[in-house]
Design a binder for this molecule. Structure first.
Ligand code: ZN
Length: 156
């Protein structure tokens, strides 16, 4: 599943990339440009704008919540994530991340991270290094919950 994301949903776009979704996002696009990309590349437009969400000729998903977790839950329910999050993408530039050994990133990560983590990934586009952190784990827990409960994920 490929997305193009409305300028108002930058945080959602970054998390969708981390979860492996091919997510096109830039913070300077107008409605016309968003619709053009959705149409040209067959991407689903994620937006909080109900007028934009009813645009003809493209697939859209109207994002209902302002809370990131709820937004992610809504997208994951509508479009289950690609291959179990095996291939996360760079939050900044959408390139699929590559697994690298700790030794390869020793110069790039804080020493306490180097000492406490075993798994790192690097973006071949911008060189950023990623590792599982508490926020990441929280989102994955949330995703598990969404999957295990199906449509009841919003219930406490
Ligand atoms: Zn990158």
């Amino acid at each position: 599943m490929r997305f193009v994301v409305d300028v108002m949903l930058g945080s959602l776009a970054r998390w969708l990339r981390r979860l492996g979704y091919d997510t096109d996002y830039a913070n300077d696009r107008d409605d016309r440009e968003l619709v053009r990309i959705a149409r040209a590349e067959g991407r689903v437009l994620l937006t909080r704008d109900s007028a934009l969400a009813t645009r003809k000729g493209i697939s859209t998903l109207l994002i209902e919540s302002q809370a990131l977790d709820e937004q992610l839950a809504q997208v994951v329910r509508a479009f289950p994530p690609p291959h179990e999050v095996q291939m996360p993408r760079c939050a900044e530039c959408n390139a699929p991340l590559q697994a690298v050994s700790p030794d390869e990133v020793v110069e790039q990560v804080p020493s306490y991270i180097y000492c406490t983590r075993k798994h790192f990934r690097r973006c071949p586009g911008c060189g950023r290094v990623y590792w599982p952190g508490s926020h990441w784990e929280r989102i994955h827990q949330r995703l598990k919950l969404i999957r295990s409960r199906g449509c009841d994920a919003d219930s406490p």
